[in-house]
Design a protein around this ligand. Structure first.
Ligand code: IPM
Ligand code: MG
Length: 361
């Protein structure tokens, strides 16, 4: 196989630490699978703002366009909070999603049996939770026009964001939802606010139309407020969830903490020619640079990269299994550490996973 190029965009906060561990894992698997991988780093987010004045320098975007896949860390932090909206580190990630047409964001949230007690919810509620949240990623409030702020002479102001979706945008994400549900438990919950929002009414109509092509999948429409409540009350009643951008952003954080820690959840952003993989957690500025962040979300994201971008699904399963074995042996990073656990740092956790991968080769 020809050399495959991975663009590595570590970003800010704990991004570089956890991404480093994901790259270690990718290198190990590449060696074992006999695949040549080439890694090239680029700036994104706050560090890019500091170095170039822009959150997504043209050079970084160009590298991503030419790559076979993108391994992303996280962006943002208090240092850049004062910047105008268009220059914030987060804009770098949003621009990348938009430019590369990464409209489908897959966020699996599954309980790890040995971590159930790190969930803030009762064992009886979360046990058996296995969700796939599919978030639309390039439309809605995040990108809708008009947007902006109007200042009034009296010192007041009016700010606008627009939640807009075309039927084409809804249809393509709905199809991803049904396709994914079909490979899982054939149950799809489509989230909207159709009792209030016109855009949600269109969403519901289009999802219903697409559903006709998937008679084997059971479709449920659920209002976003109710979904948010049901997720903490009865998470096991859900399998695959599809939601527009903002609703999906909120619900996927909720799903993440439900299964234990935000530090465990990977994601894949698909749609365009090159896909992006990133942990769902943010930059965690309070623990950045200390070597204590949990790299598992980044490592599992690397697993998704192997599966979706390099067609190495069996190796992706090996990565998942290696993580599971390390957890079974009692190793934990601080965020998931209970009393009696062997608490390790970021690098050590990455090394343990690599060791397991080597043992299973
Ligand atoms: C996420 C994050 C991003 C988002 C931020 C960092 C722009 O919260 O990926 O969920 O809102 O999409
Ligand atoms: Mg979010």
């Amino acid at each position: 196989m020809a050399t495959r190029r991975i663009a590595v965009l570590p970003g800010d906060g704990i991004g570089p630490e956890v991404t480093g561990e994901a790259v270690k894992v990718l290198k190990t698997v590449a060696r074992q699978a006999g695949v040549a991988l080439e890694f090239e780093d680029a700036l994104v987010g706050g560090c890019a703002v500091d170095a170039t004045g822009e959150p997504l320098p043209a050079k970084s975007l160009d590298l991503c366009r030419k790559a076979d896949a993108i391994m992303f860390g996280s962006v943002g932090g208090p240092k850049w909070d004062g910047l105008p909206q268009e220059q914030k580190p987060e804009r770098g990630l949003l621009a990348l999603r938009k430019e590369l047409d990464l409209y489908a964001n897959l966020r699996p949230a599954k309980t790890f049996p040995m971590l159930i007690d790190s969930s803030p919810l009762k064992r009886s509620v979360v046990e058996g939770t296995d969700l796939m949240v599919i978030r639309e990623l390039t439309g809605g409030l995040y990108f809708g026009e008009p947007r902006g702020i109007e200042k009034f002479a009296d010192g007041g102001a009016r700010a606008i964001n627009t939640m807009a979706y075309t039927s084409r945008e809804i249809e393509r994400i709905a199809r991803v939802g049904f396709d994914v549900a079909r490979k899982r438990k054939k149950k799809l919950a489509s989230v909207d606010k159709a009792n209030v929002l016109i855009v949600s009414q269109l969403w519901r109509d289009v999802v219903n139309r697409v559903a006709q092509d998937y008679p084997d999948v059971t479709l449920e429409h659920i209002l976003v407020d109710n979904c948010s409540m049901e997720l903490v009350a009865r998470p096991t009643r859900f399998d695959t969830i599809v939601a527009e951008n903002t609703f999906g952003d909120i619900l996927s954080d909720e799903a993440a903490i439900l299964v234990g820690s935000l530090g465990m959840l990977p994601s894949a952003s698909l749609g365009g020619a090159v896909a992006l993989y990133e942990p769902v957690h943010g930059t965690a500025p309070d623990i950045a640079g200390k070597g204590i962040a949990n790299p598992i979300a980044a490592i599992l994201s690397a697993g998704m990269l192997l599966k979706y971008s390099l067609d190495l699904g069996t190796h992706a399963d090996r990565v998942d299994a290696a993580v599971l074995r390390v957890l079974e042996q009692g190793y934990r990073t601080r965020d998931i550490g209970a009393s009696g656990a062997k608490v390790v740092g970021t690098g050590e956790m990455g090394d343990l996973v690599v060791k397991e991968l080597e043992a299973s080769a």
